[in-house]
Write a new protein. Sequence first.
Length: 151
Amino acid sequence: MEQTTTKADRLEEFQRLCRDAGLPFTLQRRVILEAALELETHPTADEIHQVVAVRHPGIARATVYRTLEELCRRGLLSKACHPGRVVRYDSRTEPHHHLVCMRCDSMIDISDEALDRLSIPDTSAFGFEVRDFRVQLRGICRRCRQLEDKS
């Protein structure tokens, strides 16, 4: 399933969410969300801060981190985490899965109906309620394999 909303739609949605929550829709929040939506590489908070700092040098790294967490809590971004690595942010919030390179840490979005149909185990005995379901397939990306072949 492809992302159907535009960047302008997402910014408008965030502005509405801020208004409904009584939060100001600040320049910093807008610029951080814009940067996260523009970077389609599952960027880290530091990568987003680098983009933001070029446009608005006064925005602190801590502001970027706090705002990204807020954007995730409000459902405008999601976290794409994998063991032992830095948190990456994903502007695609609809169900999809990831290919994760174990060498360069890159993440590639993948939509697959067979993965979507996997049954989620009953976790009620643990008192756990599943709210999100994404599969990560780990391996070596094309670029890293080509670098291996050249060595």
